[in-house]
Design a protein around this ligand. Structure first.
Ligand SMILES: Nc1nc2c(c(=O)[nH]1)N[C@H]1C(S)=C(S)[C@@H](COP(=O)(O)OP(=O)(O)OC[C@H]3O[C@@H](n4cnc5c(N)ncnc54)[C@H](O)[C@@H]3O)O[C@H]1N2
Ligand code: MOO
Length: 401
């Protein structure tokens, strides 16, 4: 395992034979961000009846240009009576089009005198009508399996009167923070200690990726504790994630523990930041848990989460849209040079008339978490490359779900 592995190789190793988790029934009120386990077929036409797009008057187009008696008043939510030719109906937005009418004139274009209204010339048939089934036809696929339920998708389900859907179970995650120096916020900070930035940062990202963090623990820098806690984590989680302790020092016990309990698939990537990232599997009584060992440096964890944990959650959730981050073509505004590792630089993006400009945070060290705060994207700089201002670069968009 001496050579640095390309990111793509590591990603295939991580996703190899990962299958979607089981399906469960969920109320749509609690389904925000969940992933559909099966396609949903529309059972209703939407809208379910022809209705008016405007407040105004419904008529038959052949009666345009005339004074017409106003025969009925149709508010949304009320039934319309048939309309005789030579008459019109007062109608409101969302009101049912009466049989016999085939268009609506907005009220601003109508002159009204008592119970009569004068229609403009030439009103086309179908004007200001929202036809039954225009949005959704009953029997069509409303939403595909694998779709993440965002606001519009939930609105679409509710439009069908649906109250429950089958979604994938959320992946269960154990998040272990290794390091004798790591202290949780709220505790006093002793000499040589630092606060645990990785736990809240990764918990937030994992939740955003649709997972449930079911176990968190602090792991001291010793081999027996590391083995013990990794074993416990594999009993409760689909994915066990550690931060820190995966490099080469004798205080780094994570790889040894994974090898003792299960298997290490891959270690050391051509990735900056995140070179010592490790992937493997841990046996648990409920099956095999995937193991992802992120380096301790917070930026390495942040970048590793977007590059590896998001696609892994996508595979467990059966959500193809999470396999890759959206890529944007941009122009660099900075100089940089890479060595053997592919660099994922934290950048902000300016969307100008001339195209997209990428501005790199000045300090790209893997311990400088400021570089991630407010970053819009990761600029991907291939190994052994140099970049100058104006050069075309590929950026991975971090504002996606
Ligand atoms: N001789 C070598 N030393 C190192 C190498 C190497 O190739 N040869 N690689 C360096 C690289 S690159 C990285 S990345 C780090 C990663 O090391 P570890 O994964 O073993 O991480 P730690 O040493 O435990 O921690 C690194 C750094 O991050 C801080 N840290 C850890 N956990 C947290 C946390 N939860 N919140 C905030 N900060 C955390 C920790 O205190 C360290 O400063 O190894 C290099 N060394
Ligand atoms: O691989 Mo490390 O994250 O560059 O310091």
């Amino acid at each position: 395992m001496a050579d640095l592995q390309p990111v793509a190789t590591a990603l295939s190793a991580l996703l190899e034979s990962v299958a979607p988790l089981e399906a469960e029934r969920t109320a749509i009120d609690a389904a925000s961000g969940r992933v559909l386990a099966e396609a949903v077929t529309a059972r209703l036409d939407v809208p379910p009846f022809d209705n008016s797009a405007m407040d105004g008057y419904a008529l038959h187009h052949a009666d345009a240009g005339r004074w017409l008696p106003v025969r009925q008043r149709i508010a949304a939510g009320h039934t319309a009576e048939p309309l005789e030719r030579g008459h019109c109906a007062r109608i409101f937005t969302g009101g049912e089009i009466p049989p016999g009418a085939d268009c609506v004139v907005m009220q601003e274009k109508v002159e009204v005198a008592g119970q009569r209204a004068r229609m403009p010339e030439d009103v086309p048939a179908g004007d200001n009508l929202r036809r039954r089934g225009r949005d959704v036809a009953a029997g069509s696929v409303l939403l595909d399996a694998g779709r993440r339920l965002d606001a519009a998708a939930l609105g679409h389900l509710a439009g069908q009167g649906i109250t429950e859907v089958m979604v994938r179970r959320r992946p269960r995650i154990a998040l272990l923070s290794t390091g004798d120096e790591i202290v949780d916020p709220g505790q006093p900070l002793g000499p040589g200690q630092i606060y645990n930035s990785n736990r809240p940062m990764l918990t937030t990202l994992l939740q955003r990726f649709g997972a449930d963090v079911v176990m968190t623990a602090a792991v001291p820098d010793d081999a027996p504790s590391t083995r013990h806690l990794l074993g416990e984590a594999a009993e409760v989680a689909d994915v066990v994630i550690t931060t820190g302790g995966v490099s080469v020092g004798e205080e780094d016990h994570v790889r040894g523990a994974v090898e003792a309990l299960g298997r290490l698939d891959l270690w050391r990537l051509a990735l900056r930041p995140g070179k010592p990232l490790a992937l493997g599997r841990l046996p648990g009584s409920g099956g095999e848990a995937r193991f992802v060992g992120l380096p301790g440096n917070p930026v390495s964890g942040y970048v590793g989460a977007w590059l590896f944990l998001r696609p892994l959650m996508g595979a467990l959730l059966g959500c193809p849209a999470m396999a890759e981050l959206p890529a944007l073509a941009a122009r660099a505004t900075f100089n940089t040079r890479t060595g053997p590792r592919q660099h994922y630089m934290r950048v902000t993006l300016d969307f100008g008339a001339e195209g997209i400009e990428a501005h790199a945070f000045a300090d790209q060290n893997s311990g400088v978490l400021s570089s991630c705060v407010g970053a819009d994207a990761l600029a991907v700089i291939p190994p052994e490359a140099s970049v100058a201002p104006g050069d075309a670069i590929r950026c991975l968009w971090l504002r996606a779900d």
